[in-house]
Design a protein around this ligand. Structure first.
Ligand code: HSE
Length: 431
């Protein structure tokens, strides 16, 4: 049997510890599948004393992840520290520079420096593998890069953040507050170290950046993604959505528009009858539209130690087998720069919730402003006021229109003085 693949794991949080346990638990099966043993020989973490459910005796311990990355006793660095900069970037760079392979779940690092790391891997001969960076345990990277190699992909979209989907699901099902749901997501190990990455939509955007590159053969361009988080979603929106036959989901979408790519992350109204609307809790779902297979949806656990470790271990197994692929499906020099379509050119339906003055002419003025921008309304619902105050919630659903039209119309509605506060605007996705 070939010599064992020597693995160093940097970062022993929920995922890192689960990966070390999984590699031990599956040692025999992995050796049989890969034709060689896979052994964790070293780890790096800040806290040596913590019980992580595996025996650390016999493992070499590094306080500095970059020192582990440079150590010639490993073949593969598993980077599970997180963060686009700092030690994670240093360690990954150092490992690749010395010809080692890197396995990472770090979508922030890939979104910011994926091209640079892929070039390093290419020039030094190591692998750069990141199945765990998108969709937790869902093998979407392998699906796009390998399984769909014979297709032209036109769209990739889905629920890519377990924390957000968990929060939105529990708000809807249990009428719980946003903060209570977030605290539970943190306690269960779903959330990022800084949960604003989750709820602000940034984590989803990092994943969209990676998926878009794999799907369309383009260079990563995370800055071109339009991002809105779920912080503004209230129980009022969730209840209104429910009454109108919708559910609110944070979607990440990247699609071909002409010769360009439109990429966006935002809360989205999806019809309750669609399959994406059935995806609840920490579960993720990724839908790929491609010419040969039509539509393909992968559903599975998007966060959590065991599920994410499953993807990490799959990458390690590939490296043990000798698999070396262009990380983003094409040699980096062939990854194209394409026109990035701004969200202002987005076309679709919109949900609009306004807090409207309960006085004559208000609804007529709103309808007029919509008509001026050629926006056709599918429904307009005015709720009875719950208080003696002079304001009532009004919800409008538009037929397909453009983002620019709807924004201009709303600016005029606000200027007319009939509404208070900022209008709530949520795009509707019909798929
Ligand atoms: N915080 C992420 C999520 C973890 O909630 O989906 C997986 O990337």
């Amino acid at each position: 049997m070939t010599e064992a693949l020597r693995v160093g794991v940097a970062g022993l949080g929920t995922v890192g510890a689960a990966a070390v346990r999984m590699l031990a638990r599956q040692a025999e099966a992995l050796a049989a599948r890969c034709g060689r043993k896979v052994a964790v020989v070293a780890v790096s973490s800040r806290d040596r004393g913590k019980d992580r459910g595996f025996d650390a005796a016999g493992l070499r311990w590094f306080d500095d992840p970059a020192a582990l990355a440079g150590w010639d006793g490993i073949d593969v660095l598993v980077e599970l520290i997180g963060g686009a900069e700092g030690v994670a970037r240093q360690a990954a760079t150092r490992a690749l520079e010395s010809g080692k392979s890197v396995v990472t779940a770090n979508k922030a690092l890939l979104a910011a420096h994926g091209m640079e790391l892929a070039r390093l891997a290419e020039s030094k001969g190591g692998a750069l593998a990141f199945e765990a960076s998108v969709g937790g345990g869902i093998p979407i990277v392998k699906t796009l890069r390998e399984g769909l190699a014979g297709n032209t992909v036109t769209r990739v979209s889905g629920i890519l953040n377990g924390t957000c989907n968990y929060i939105l699901s529990r708000m809807e099902m249990e009428k719980l507050s946003f903060d209570d749901c977030l605290a539970d997501a943190q306690r269960l190990g779903y959330a990022e170290a800084d949960p604003t990455f989750d709820i602000g939509g940034f984590d989803t955007a990092h994943k969209v950046a990676i998926l878009a590159s794999l799907a369309f053969g383009t260079a990563i361009d995370a800055d071109a993604i339009h991002i809105e988080g779920i912080e503004t979603i209230s129980l009022a929106d969730i209840a209104a959505a429910d009454e109108l036959g919708f559910r609110v989901k944070l979607l990440g979408v990247a699609e071909r528009v002409g010769r360009g790519v439109e990429a966006r992350v935002h809360p989205t109204m999806v019809a309750k009858t669609t399959s994406i609307a059935q995806v609840m809790g920490v579960t993720n779902a990724v839908t790929v539209d491609a010419d040969a297979v039509g539509q393909l949806t992968l559903v599975g656990p998007g966060a959590g130690g065991e599920a994410t470790a499953s993807a990490v271990v799959a990458d390690i197994a590939d490296i043990a087998r000798g698999v070396r692929l262009a990380p983003f499906g094409l040699p980096t020099a062939s990854l194209a720069d394409v026109e990035r379509i701004p969200v202002q050119r987005h076309e679709g339906g919109y949900y609009i919730r306004l807090d409207v003055a309960d006085r004559p002419g208000a609804m007529a003025a709103i309808a007029t402003r919509m008509a001026e921008r050629a926006i056709s309304l599918e429904s307009i619902v005015q709720k009875a006021s719950h208080s003696s105050g002079a304001r009532v919630p009004v919800v409008l659903i538009t037929h397909a229109t453009t983002e620019t039209s709807v924004r201009e119309a709303l600016d005029r509605v606000v200027a007319d003085g009939f509404v208070s506060g900022k209008p709530q605007l949520i795009r509707i996705e019909r798929a």
